[in-house]
Write a protein that binds this ligand. Structure first.
Ligand code: LLP
Length: 422
């Protein structure tokens, strides 16, 4: 069937709803997600790994809107969380704590207690000090804590340095060579229940080789743990599968499965994945309106109503995301006569850009869609420059629903007080 985002008679559609209608109805800036696109990728994961016992734990940080979580929970997904807040969202959306893995380098006593009380599926433990803290809390609740160790396999993920996590000098995980010893320490703790092993080497990986290299190292460990009498139930390969933003050619979920399946089948463990971006990135767009056109001698700037506070990926990672018009120009995709534009926000920073040098034919009032914005878009947004955060809308077939209303400006300072102490 048609991709969720497509042109029909030169007008842009998300599923069966015209983007112009959405912009008019909800205003801009506005994030729009396709339910079908989310479910299609989720299904691709479960289909590709259907020969194995597996659990897809969607990484909540990519897009934590309750509607997104609820759709995935209903489809049977588990979740990967990194904070108490994310766990509360999952539960509020109807997710099951038993299908949740808790990642992150800095879990607090409070986080751990809450997660244990709710019946969390597994803590992905990143240090010895975290392990002893979890044991402590578990003892005080008289409830054994299920854990995996997050192993840092020291594999180069070939991705942007800010989102590469599996190298020796990253803050994440327990060094591969120390892992067996830490497992033995864990086995001696009274309230620790060892259930698995975990790794996550980075994000936006476009090749399969780093995944295979990491898996090989983890498998070696699983065997040496078996020799030591430590039996695991699951292996968690983290997230990280990349997507196409402009012209990337990421390995498909099928190819990913094909490369890993033979090794995983031989292992006989349940397999967990923690995909975030690959599930939601291309299910979402950010709609924005051109407010001001400012051609200068050197550059043409289109100032739009979205900015780095709405979508920080271009500013933070030099990420390139596609910008497409709501209505194709009369000459179609022919870029003759178009000019290169920098698509920028109104924030007082040179780093406030959404895209650079894009050939577009623009007029003020035009609606543009930034594609690939379903992951790490809204979740990384802020109120910088006292800008209310954008609204979010879900589309399914010919229906659409506001799933987060635009913040009001009053709400931005409602919890603040004037200084009154003298
Ligand atoms: N599991 C763990 C432990 C993680 O740290 C992450 C992402 C994931 C799973 C999900 O990875 P994914 O499948 O989404 O690649 N804000 C950045 C990406 C940061 C990723 C952080 N960790 C960006 O916009 O590119």
């Amino acid at each position: 069937h048609l991709p969720a985002l497509h042109y029909r008679d030169d007008a842009l559609y998300m599923e069966q709803v015209s983007v112009a209608a959405l912009a008019k109805h909800y205003g801009t800036p506005c994030y729009v997600y396709s339910k079908q696109a989310i479910l299609d990728v989720y299904q691709a994961y479960t289909d590709s790994f259907s020969s194995l016992k597996h659990q897809v734990c969607y990484a909540v940080k990519a897009n934590s809107n309750l509607a997104v979580l609820g759709i995935l929970a209903q489809a049977g997904a588990g979740f990967d969380i990194v904070s108490r807040g994310e766990l509360m969202r999952v539960l509020a959306a109807g997710g099951e704590a038993a299908r949740v893995v808790f990642s992150g380098v800095g879990k607090t006593r409070g986080d751990i207690k809450y997660a244990l009380t709710q019946g969390i599926g597994c803590f992905n433990v990143e240090s010895i000090s975290e392990l002893t803290l979890i044991n402590d809390v578990a003892k005080s609740l008289d409830k054994p804590a299920p854990i995996s160790l997050r192993v840092n396999p020291d594999v180069d993920a070939n991705t942007h340095p800010y989102i590469s996590t599996g190298l020796k000098d990253n803050k994440f995980g327990i060094a591969h060579e120390d892992a067996a010893t830490v497992y033995q320490q864990a086995a001696e703790l009274s309230h620790i229940d060892i259930v698995g092993i975990d790794c996550h080497i980075g994000s936006q990986l476009t090749e399969v080789e780093p995944f295979v290299a990491a898996l090989d190292k983890i498998i070696e460990l699983v065997h040496s743990l078996r020799d030591k009498g430590i039996e695991l139930r699951h292996i968690d390969l983290g997230g990280g599968l990349g997507v196409r933003y402009i012209d990337e050619t990421p390995v498909s979920i099928d190819e990913f499965a094909e490369a890993l399946l033979p090794k995983l089948s031989a292992l006989g463990l349940t397999v967990f994945f923690e995909p975030g971006r690959s599930i939601v990135a291309n299910a979402g767009i950010l709609l924005t309106t051109v407010d001001v056109l400012k051609p200068t001698e050197h550059k043409n700037f289109a100032i739009v109503d979205a900015a780095m506070n709405d979508l920080i990926r271009p500013a933070l990672y030099q990420a390139e995301m596609a910008v497409i018009p709501e209505m194709l120009p009369q000459n179609g995709l022919d870029t003759d006569g178009t000019q290169p534009w920098d698509i920028v926000g109104a924030i007082c920073e040179t780093g406030d850009f959404l895209a650079k040098d894009r050939l577009l034919s623009l007029a003020t009032g035009d609606v543009l869609a930034i594609t690939g914005a379903g992951a790490y878009g809204f979740t990384m947004s802020s109120n910088y420059n006292s800008r209310p955060r954008a609204s979010e809308v879900m589309v399914a077939d010919d229906r659409h629903q506001l799933i987060r209303k635009r913040e009001t400006i009053e709400a931005l300072y409602a919890d603040e007080t004037l200084w009154q102490a003298e």
